[in-house]
Write a protein that binds this ligand. Structure first.
Ligand code: GLN
Length: 534
């Protein structure tokens, strides 16, 4: 039977619950257990697919095509295995199923209420993860902060599960222990209050993980244990780390995995989890021998979380090659002017990011022209690939007005066009081409060099596609399709013949890069940038 670990957060948001959840998962996995990590999000959107990246950062896409919270990206990067639809559940999705059941008549005359109907549905979504999988541990992160109105049904569901399952279920509460410079002290009061808040809802945390900028002295840990009613060794310090990938090791040092196993009545052997590969990765990450400068051109650059998976993919391949990837986030709109383009000079590689809508498009196209003409290694992802196609059509094929029909629905040269099956679609939620599709790779291409395979599978999230009407013309003039989704004849990748490394992909390689398996296409790109920088 699976054991359940809930991770709640108190005091403030952004304490890194996702990283703590992923780190616990990593430590248990490294001890040989089968685990999965789930995120419950208290907002009313059915999924984050319709959210602007400025709201919650990047939308992460699973292999099975769910549009999810970016924390699932952390889970996959740490654990190295795929998550799926069931791993991210929102209040919107919970209510939708309950209301659908009510309409079907499943409740047969009952008054449908938060307790028990909503809480039952939350509990079902937690337990259902174990149906086919036989996990040893299911780790469930509750989004938001305890005390939020939206979080209440989730905390109540956790209370009930704890009551039902007894020793098979624990709660880890993550809080902040701030340092007050004026007093020269670490303060435990916010932690005490947030634990009280949980207790008022009937939930006693088993473990408290304290985010802190400074070391927690014994006296501080004693105080937290005493006031919060937990065992002394269950107060875990989580000190600021130079990289998120250090956190599993810090948690291991603090004994978090042992405490969790003990609390769940699983004997913790004296053996330590095997983290050799992880440590090797960290060593290489911290001891780079080279560096490259890469510019990421995007429209949401003010918020770093909007490009989380891309940034992390560079960390993975950077470490693999012992090369520090210095990534500058460049605003696409700035590239609409000469001065903005100056910022591209001296870069060893240019990546044009995914995105939606027309803001910043012309800047992206200018940046691509720069990369193409100056032979700077270029990687275009999704919209970045589409912009590369538009740029080539305008500046090489001579179609000055070429565009994507997303940006200009009346263009006479829709080199990127809406898919046939998308024309009928109404509404924006969950209606794109989503999830993993097979792509056939042409031998002799940069794509093949990178993957070393003729068949790959990558994840998608878009509505528009390369317009095959123009394919032979593009190919005649040196931009060739090197990846294809054969079933529907969709172009998945384009490359320039006359360029050291210029690749545009319709899919999102960034979603599948992990610590243990850095993504081959990012590796190819960074290697080309290293070559340029030589
Ligand atoms: N807006 C483009 C489309 O829908 C690209 C999407 C993306 O970059 N993820 O096709």
């Amino acid at each position: 039977m699976a054991k359940y670990i809930f991770v709640t957060g108190g005091v403030t948001s952004s304490l890194g619950k996702g990283i703590i959840s992923a780190s616990i998962g990593k430590l248990l996995q490294a001890r040989g257990y089968k685990i999965t990590i789930q995120k419950l999000d208290p907002y009313i959107n059915v999924d984050p697919g319709t959210l602007n990246p400025y709201e919650h950062g990047e939308c992460y896409v699973t292999e099975d095509g769910a549009e999810t919270d970016l924390d699932l990206g952390h889970y996959e990067r740490f654990i190295g295995g795929p998550t799926s639809q069931g791993n991210n559940v929102t209040t919107g999705a919970i209510y939708r199923s309950v209301i659908n059941k009510e309409r079907r008549g499943d409740y047969l005359g009952e008054t449908v209420q938060v307790i028990p109907h909503i809480t039952d549905e939350i509990k079902r979504r937690v337990k259902v993860l174990n149906n086919k999988n036989n996990y040893d541990f299911i780790i469930t992160e509750i989004g938001g902060t305890v005390g939020d109105i939206e979080s209440l049904p989730y905390v109540e569901a956790v209370r009930q599960l704890k009551w039902e399952m007894g020793q098979d279920c624990i709660v880890i509460h993550l809080t902040l222990v701030p340092f007050l410079a004026a007093a020269g002290e670490l303060k435990t009061k916010p932690t005490q209050h947030s634990v009280k808040e949980l207790q008022q809802s009937g939930v006693q945390p088993d473990v408290i993980v304290c985010r802190t900028e400074r070391k927690l002295h014994d006296s501080v840990k004693d105080k937290i244990a005493r006031f919060c009613n937990i065992e002394r060794n269950c107060v875990i310090e989580s000190i600021d780390a130079s990289t998120i990938y250090e956190v599993p090791l810090l948690m291991q040092k603090e004994g978090l995995d042992k405490v969790v196993l003990k609390k769940l009545n699983m004997l913790a052997s004296d053996e330590e989890p095997n983290l050799d590969r992880w440590k090797n990765f960290l060593y290489k990450l911290k001891n780079p021998k080279r560096k490259v400068d890469i510019g990421l051109v995007g429209k949401y650059v003010e918020l770093k979380d909007a490009y989380k998976s891309i940034m992390e993919a560079f960390v993975h391949v950077g470490a693999e090659n012992q090369c520090k990837v210095r990534l500058s986030l460049l605003k696409a709109e700035d590239m609409e002017h000469e001065e903005g383009l100056e910022e591209l000079k001296g870069l060893d590689g240019i990546l044009v990011a995914p995105g939606f809508g027309s803001r910043g498009i012309e800047g992206k196209i200018n940046a691509i022209q720069f990369a193409r003409e100056n032979k700077v290694p270029f990687l275009g992802i999704c919209l970045g690939m589409q912009c590369a196609v538009i740029e080539y059509a305008r500046n090489v094929l001579g179609y000055a007005k070429a565009n994507s029909s997303e940006m200009d629905s009346k263009t006479n040269f829709p080199v990127i066009d809406i898919m046939e099956n998308q024309k009928e679609v109404t509404g924006k939620g969950g209606t794109m081409r989503l999830g993993a599709y097979v792509c056939n790779v042409k031998k002799g291409s940069k794509l093949f060099d990178a993957y070393q395979r003729t068949e790959i599978k990558e994840r998608h999230r878009h509505r528009y596609e390369f317009n095959n009407k123009y394919l032979s013309e593009f190919e005649k003039h040196g931009m060739v399709a090197t990846g294809m989704y054969k079933k529907d004849s969709l172009v998945e990748a384009v490359e320039l013949l006359d360029h050291p490394w210029f690749v545009g992909v319709q899919f999102h390689p960034e979603y599948s890069s992990t610590v243990v398996n850095p993504h081959p296409l990012f590796t190819g790109f960074v290697k080309a940038a290293m070559q340029k920088n030589r």
